[in-house]
Write a protein of this length. Structure first.
Length: 210
């Protein structure tokens, strides 16, 4: 299957939407007041057999926006220290982080002939809420993502494996999981992407047998 055929297959699978797995790490639960500290995106690909897999990834450490709340319990949970010298050196502003992620998403979305991207996440409304709040704060006028529609692996994993917690669903799906790396945006995004792809491919296997 050539590149053009791959593109058409992705575009036709979800009504012209290009699925992008997003994970964010934050300093609390309120998207309007709490800092967005990390964002990661995993773009998906499809092979000659029609099976889904992980493609290119991008991740950014983010400086808290001015006046952002940093909840101590949330920081302890994620083990993120916003004041760590190494982190402060590599972190970027919310606007720069979103622009870099959106640039890659648009590039791949165009290559796959999709008209818009759709966020895939575990508890996807949380990730989309923080993404939309950051878009509003930074006054980015054009987002590649649908503003409210998502694919949520909580529901999909509950349907496919009877589990809704990410680590438990990963275990049942027989995907490798290292708890010491959990709560890193990139690691969680990659594992969510593996889970999403495994469910898509499982559905394909069932459909092929019909």
């Amino acid at each position: 299957m050539n590149e053009s055929s791959h593109a058409k297959r992705i575009a036709s699978r979800f009504r012209g939407f290009f699925p992008v797995v997003i994970d964010v790490e934050t300093a609390g639960f309120n998207a309007e007041t709490d800092a967005l500290l990390e964002i990661a995106a995993v773009l998906l690909e499809i092979d000659d057999g029609g099976n889904w897999g992980l493609g290119q990834t991008i991740s950014k450490h983010i400086h808290p926006f001015e006046g952002a709340n940093l909840d101590k319990a949330a920081l302890e949970f994620t083990s993120i220290d916003p004041e760590h010298p190494f982190r402060k050196e590599i972190a970027v502003s919310e606007k720069e982080a979103l622009q870099d992620v959106f640039h890659l998403v648009r590039k791949k979305m165009k290559a796959h002939k999709c008209k818009r991207s759709i966020l895939v996440g575990h508890n996807a409304s949380f990730d989309l809420g923080f993404l939309n709040a950051a878009i509003k704060r930074t006054r980015i006028k054009r987002s590649p993502f649908h503003p409210f529609s998502t694919f949520d692996t909580v529901s999909l994993a509950g349907l496919a494996y009877g589990q809704t917690v990410l680590s438990r669903a990963i275990e049942v799906a027989e995907i490798e999981w290292d708890s010491s790396n959990a709560h890193s945006a990139l690691y969680d995004a990659e594992k969510t992407a593996e889970l999403f792809c495994k469910i898509l491919n499982l559905w394909k296997e069932m459909d092929d047998k019909l």
